[in-house]
Design a protein around this ligand. Structure first.
Ligand code: PLP
Ligand code: COI
Length: 338
């Protein structure tokens, strides 16, 4: 495959196959392989009308040894089960999820970017209510599919500091709503504020807790973390998505001998942090150079604004080293496919 691997961006790109199955009469069908990028569904499908859907995001990495690795795919499977319970979708059993992910990655192995390009194969599992209902109630039929595409970094800056703006006029998730689930409605709710942030030249919007607007929730499609002295700090909130990347960084920080604090993080505490970052599968780690609070006119800066800080860099290098096989997988996070 001859693609401009270093300049892929984060965009939809055609690959050869996706895999899918259907839940009907209380059971899942066998997985089917399809070369078609389109789906024919009933116009009354609950995913179309009432947002009854969940998705996941993980990546396949090609190592220097040419082996293909997945990072903690079982955690994505479990999170999708949790999302399904939250909005009453049929649950995809962990084994079926893993089988589908492995199958679609191997079927599209030619699209897994070469080692050293900084690009990876993004894997997008999707679970949708495809049975029709016009009353607001769960569908009786569901489709689970997984498709893939080679991608570069989510934030075009890659591993370079970005600027973010605090979002005070809008919330992506209610205090006791669905923010902790990976469901489409949260992303629909974030589109206008993220677009407004982009228009002003920021990489994304930083959301605050919806109840008091005092604490940091998360950053667009990524969790927030900060470094203060020898401590890794990350918000604890019901309305943020439990990020597998963030959890991994907490484990790595501990392994570096750092303290880890998961607790409410007041906005003003930004002034005390040595380093800050956004983390997620798509974003990997995006160092934050600047956060602007337009309401208070405060501008918080981290480091020299040009280079990522030393702890962020160490976390990034260790995480990506484990993911692509350069470093030993001492935590049992990697599934080698071949
Ligand atoms: N927060 C949101 C809102 C996300 O969409 C994602 C992406 O999945 C994350 C955080 C990061 O989660 P993870 O590290 O599991 O990809
Ligand atoms: C991911 O990081 O995998 C995500 O799902 C974020 C997404 C909204 C691009």
């Amino acid at each position: 495959m001859d693609l401009d691997w270093k300049n892929l961006g984060f965009a939809v790109r055609k690959t050869d196959y996706h895999v899918r199955c259907v839940y009907r009469d209380g059971k899942w069908s066998d997985l089917e392989v399809s070369p078609d990028d389109h789906l024919s569904i009933h116009i009354g499908a609950t995913c179309l009308h009432y947002g009854q859907e969940s998705f996941e995001g993980l990546k396949a990495y090609r190592g220097a040894d040419d082996r293909i690795r997945l990072f903690r795919p079982w955690d994505n499977a479990r999170r999708m089960i949790n999302s399904a319970r939250g909005i009453l979708l049929a649950e995809v059993p962990e084994e079926l999820f893993l089988e589908a992910v492995e199958k679609v990655v191997l079927l599209n192995r030619n699209y897994i970017p070469p080692y050293g390009t900084g690009a990876t194969l993004y894997v997008r599992p999707l679970l949708i209510g495809t049975g029709p209902e016009v009353g607001v109630r769960p569908a009786k039929e569901y489709t689970f599919l997984v498709f893939v595409m080679p991608v570069g970094p989510y934030f075009k800056e890659g591993f370079k500091p970005v600027s973010m703006v605090i979002c005070r006029k809008h919330d992506r998730a209610a205090p006791l709503g669905t923010g902790h689930l990976k469901v489409g409605g949260n992303y629909a709710a974030s589109m206008s504020s993220v677009a407004a942030a982009h228009e002003k030249g920021f990489a994304t919007a930083m959301y605050l807790d919806a109840r008091e607007k005092k604490y940091i929730d998360e950053c667009g499609p990524a969790n927030f973390f900060a470094i203060k002295d020898n401590t890794y700090i990350t918000p604890d909130s019901h309305s943020i998505l439990p990020s597998i990347t963030n959890n991994s960084l907490q484990v790595l920080a501990e392994s570096f001998g750092m303290k880890v604090e998961k607790r409410p993080v007041p906005v003003e505490e930004l002034a005390q942090f040595d380093e800050a970052g956004a983390c997620g599968t798509a974003a990997v780690i995006s160092p934050i150079g600047k956060v602007v609070d337009e309401e208070t006119d405060r501008v918080y800066t981290f480091g020299d604004g040009v280079n990522p800080g030393p702890v962020t860099t160490r976390l990034y290098e260790t995480l990506t080293g484990i993911q692509n096989g350069d470093l030993e997988d001492t935590f049992g996070w990697v599934k080698i496919l071949q």
